[in-house]
Design a protein around this ligand. Structure first.
Ligand code: SAH
Length: 292
């Protein structure tokens, strides 16, 4: 009965899209998605890297935008879907640097919108997860520029999935902590209560944590976390060059200090990391597909 109910719901949602049986992916643009109005900004999450992980709404935006202002971690495979003739603006900026450039980016977004452009601000992963999307929207709101947010698959969830690591698993954790390994000055964030984090959740997922990993790992162990906890460092997740380094909490800091951890990477601490043993599905032959 449950099945009947949910498939009925799905069918009515699809009917709302008015897609006939013979329609194709490219036809989605005519399927009633929101209008990307000139003079507005869409803040779109590109997902962790594989172009196939962009949302359909994000694809729709790429097909319409006049200008695409994109970050360093947006893969070139996604930019290839930009509307022919769209202007591509690189706003690359790696975390940990002073935020002066961030101001330039927001000023530029506002200026482009006021110029009557359809402005797509494309960010890696999800724009609201350690992506400064909130700050950019605050600036747009203050300037009276209309905007829309198109969420994306965050690397701390979807990227881990490509390494065969579920962020939650019923037998291991009923909670997960997401944190960043550095603040705007590049230091370990002082606002994080490391002793509390150490024991608050069986799984900790860390963004931008490789540079400060030795210090972070030491703080967690000092806070009562088991040094034998498994750790996986997942770099370039969902891309053909994806690499995973498996370690333990009391050993991974030395690897980081020795420069042996590839980046950009998600660091996950907890038993879910061990599930790779059976769930590591993204194998060489699958990586040959550049979309996924
Ligand atoms: N908004 C992004 C995160 C931006 S912060 C998101 O939701 O994913 C940048 C950090 O994200 C990187 O330092 C790294 O920790 C992580 N990251 C982004 N893409 C990644 C990828 N493909 N593989 C591994 N880590 C990634």
């Amino acid at each position: 009965m449950g099945l009947t109910m949910s498939s009925g719901k799905a069918a009515s949602r699809l009917a709302g899209l008015a897609l006939g049986e013979d329609r194709r992916f490219a036809d989605l643009d005519g399927a009633g998605f929101p209008d990307f109005a000139p003079g507005s900004v869409w803040l779109v999450g590109a997902g962790p890297g594989a172009p196939g992980l962009l949302t359909v709404m994000g694809y729709h935006a790429l097909c319409q935008a006049d200008v695409i202002v994109y970050d360093a971690l947006v893969s070139s495979g996604i930019l290839q879907w930009a509307r022919p003739g769209a202007e591509l603006v690189y706003a690359g900026k790696r975390g940990g640097k002073p935020s002066a450039k961030q101001i330039d980016i927001t000023v530029r977004l506002v200026a482009l919108a006021r110029d009557g452009k359809r402005v797509l601000r494309l960010k890696g992963g999800d724009p609201f997860i350690f992506g400064r999307g909130g700050e950019e929207c605050q600036a747009l709101a203050a300037a009276g520029v209309p905007y829309r947010i198109v969420p994306g698959i965050s690397s701390g969830v979807g990227g881990l999935a490509y390494a065969g690591i579920p962020a939650t698993h019923r037998e291991t954790n009923h909670s997960v902590i997401f944190l960043t390994g550095h603040d705007s000055s590049g230091a370990v964030p002082a606002s994080v209560d490391w002793a509390a984090v150490a024991t608050a959740s069986p799984v900790i997922v860390m963004y931008m944590a490789v540079k400060n990993l030795a210090e972070i790992a030491a703080k967690l162990v000092a806070g009562g976390r088991n040094g034998a906890d498994p750790v996986a460092v997942v770099a370039n997740a969902s891309l053909p060059e994806q690499e995973v380094v498996e370690s333990r909490l009391d050993a991974v800091g030395a690897l980081a200090d020795a420069g042996q951890l590839p980046t950009p990477a998600i660091v996950v601490i907890g038993k879910v990391a061990d599930m790779r043993e059976t769930l590591d599905w993204y194998r060489d032959q699958l990586r040959a597909n550049p979309l996924a």
